[in-house]
Design a protein around this ligand. Structure first.
Ligand code: DGT
Ligand code: CA
Ligand code: CA
Ligand code: ZN
Length: 577
């Protein structure tokens, strides 16, 4: 057995332990061990076979886990896992993936209904059987039905930060092969889509083929789906994400990069344009139709140029007008990460963040920002220890004091204020007036009818202290759909009142996304990009928000937190002029 197989058994068992409501500490130790093992460069079985060595030398492997690994080696499973597998059907693991369904509910459903397949569960919900159980009702049935539908729809797709991390890890690993010149991610990842179906890597250089051999030996590679001289495909990690690696000669590297970056719709349009001009375009190059002569292929730039086009940034390649714009010299000068000067939505320990205001400020300064806004939750989010009026006022005072105390960056006092069901703010105006900025967000009653939700949001932006609409559609990727409302109407009203739209850079949200950014911009909206960080390391997610803005065709001028702090504050609603 390979390390990945050991890791998988531990991770699965941790999931089942969660349903069995076992001790969180123990569950975490299983998960940590699984993480360590799947990335460990040496085979654990080799370590076990060597009498001079001990498993506990592997970081994250304690005595308990070591004994489990020995047991797995002997008989392919271990006692705790066997017990859990007897109690719970294999679907239990699948049920954990249903958005909105927690381990406790799953345990109750299994105990009471003996659910063994997802279809069973779906039927139970349709037949309204769940409401027979205490604390379960029509709402849960509806939630599960929706969850199963979205699981079926999203299954096989992965969050972009996860896919990007896999791509970066493998690119580093393959670049280390002597004679490999470049390793580049193509596909949806390069275009910056919010989720990826798989990871597409291109390798070039004299040793490109050797890189394919090295790829399939990576410790986290599981099932190898194919391995030839120009392409290798395999499943990677516990998550089983597919990775395609292609070896490409330098003379057609640009053509391959262009082809495998896609999108398919962009490629189809580009190929038609080539045909009209007497060329044929494929992953090997651009060739004359009449005599097959190679015209371009080494770089993307020369291919686009030969077709009379400016080079098109990958984020725009969705066949949404970018080819015409490239022809007419109308491509926007897209926003870049380096343009960002501040991050204006983040949480601290004052509500549900993990770090103090001081720690967030220091981490943000390290990223080169000149300002941040601290925007903890308001009291409606009691679960998140949201602030009431008195705390808002005290905390704002503290922020102002700290801001004067010689920090390397400016800390703006803010709040992520809940929008109540009726559209009123969760905090009274007197308290809001003390703050530099208020981000207004919906965190409850997300299933309202469209008309009511539209009214609710319109009412929210009527409040003069609201400067920014936080995560404007509420969607959580691969988990929860956007709430339904008349977006154009709300965007138009936000533009009229000078309320900025947030592009939430959390890779779990990425909200707004490109189509809505373009609609909002056409209505005259301005934007901020914020990480909504709850941890210092989340501040690094800004790059995903910038990618989303680029996919929405935004340049620097469209994004307010590219401005120096005084101008940024001056650009907010009510502060202009
Ligand atoms: P994904 O993986 O679902 O997130 O999305 P993509 O865009 O990465 O799709 P993928 O991995 O199937 O293919 C990568 C690129 O290769 C795709 O964007 C365009 C190109 N490609 C793949 N199949 C075709 C095809 O049948 N025709 C054309 N024109 N291009 C294709
Ligand atoms: Ca792909
Ligand atoms: Ca692919
Ligand atoms: Zn929020």
């Amino acid at each position: 057995m390979e390390n990945l197989d050991y890791a998988r058994l531990l991770a699965e068992t941790a999931d089942l332990m969660e349903i069995a409501a076992e001790d969180g500490f123990r569950i975490r130790s299983y998960r940590n061990a699984a993480d360590t093992l799947q990335g460990y460069p040496e085979r654990v079985e080799d370590v076990m076979a060597d009498p001079a060595r001990k498993l506990t030398e592997i970081p994250g492997i304690g005595k308990g886990i070591a004994a489990i690994l020995e047991e797995i080696r002997e008989r392919g499973s271990f006692a705790r896992r066997d017990e859990l597998m007897e109690t719970y059907p294999p679907t239990a693991l699948e049920m954990l993936k249903i958005p909105g369904l927690g381990p406790k509910t799953i345990a109750a459903l299994i105990a009471h209904f003996r659910v063994t397949t997802l279809d069973d569960l779906e039927r139970l919900c349709r037949e309204q059987k769940l409401r027979e159980l205490p604390r379960m009702g029509a709402k849960l049935e509806e939630k599960i039905l929706k969850g199963i539908a979205s699981l079926r729809q999203s299954s096989g797709r992965f969050h972009i930060h996860f896919a990007a991390a896999i791509a970066e890890e493998l690119a580093g690993y393959l670049s280390a092969v002597e004679g490999v010149e470049r390793v580049v991610a193509a596909g949806s990842l390069r275009r910056g889509r919010e989720t990826a179906g798989d990871v597409d890597l291109l390798v070039t250089g004299a040793a490109a083929e050797a890189a394919l051999d090295r790829f399939v030996k990576h410790p986290r590679v599981g099932e190898v789906l194919g391995h030839g001289g120009t392409k290798a495909s395999a499943r990677v990690g516990i998550e089983d994400i597919q990775v395609d690696v292609r070896a490409v000669p330098a003379e057609s590297f640009g053509a391959a990069l262009q082809y495998f970056t896609g999108s398919k719709a962009h490629n189809v349009a580009l190929r038609q344009l080539a045909l009209k001009q007497g060329y044929t375009l494929n992953e090997y190059g651009l060739f004359k139709l009449d005599n097959g002569e190679r015209v371009a292929g080494r770089t993307e730039e020369e291919i686009y140029a030969a077709l009379g086009l400016a080079w098109i940034p990958p984020e725009l390649r969705e066949n949404q007008g970018e080819i015409e714009a490239a022809r007419d010299g109308r491509l926007p000068q897209l926003l870049e990460l380096a343009d960002m000067r501040g991050d204006v939505h983040m949480h601290t320990r004052e509500s549900d963040g993990r770090f103090s205001m001081e720690e967030m400020a220091a981490a943000a300064a390290e990223r080169g920002y000149s300002y941040i806004a601290i925007t903890d939750h308001s009291k409606a989010l009691a679960m998140a220890n949201g602030l009431d009026e008195a705390r808002v006022i005290r905390f704002a005072e503290k922020m102002r004091e700290m801001d004067r105390s010689g920090l390397p960056l400016r800390v703006l006092s803010g709040l992520e204020c809940d929008i109540r069901k009726d559209g009123r703010m969760d905090i009274d105006d007197e308290a809001l007036a003390r703050l530099d900025l208020v981000v207004a967000s919906v965190h409850s009653h997300m299933n309202m009818e469209s008309a009511a939700m539209t009214e609710r949001l319109l009412a929210a932006i009527e409040n003069p202290y609201v400067k920014i609409m936080g995560h404007p559609t509420g969607r959580v990727l691969l988990h929860r759909d956007a709430y339904v409302y008349d977006f154009e109407k709300v965007a138009g009203e936000a533009a009229r009142r000078g309320v900025a739209m947030e592009i939430n850079a959390s890779p779990e949200r990425l909200d707004l996304h490109a189509p809505l950014i373009r609609i909002a911009r056409s209505k005259g909206c301005r934007f901020v990009i914020s990480t909504d960080a709850h941890h210092v390391k989340h501040l690094a997610n800004m790059r995903f928000g910038v990618t989303m803005a680029r996919r929405g065709w935004l340049d620097r001028d469209g994004v307010l937190n590219t401005l120096p702090v005084e101008q940024f504050l001056g650009s907010l609603r009510g502060n202009e002029g």
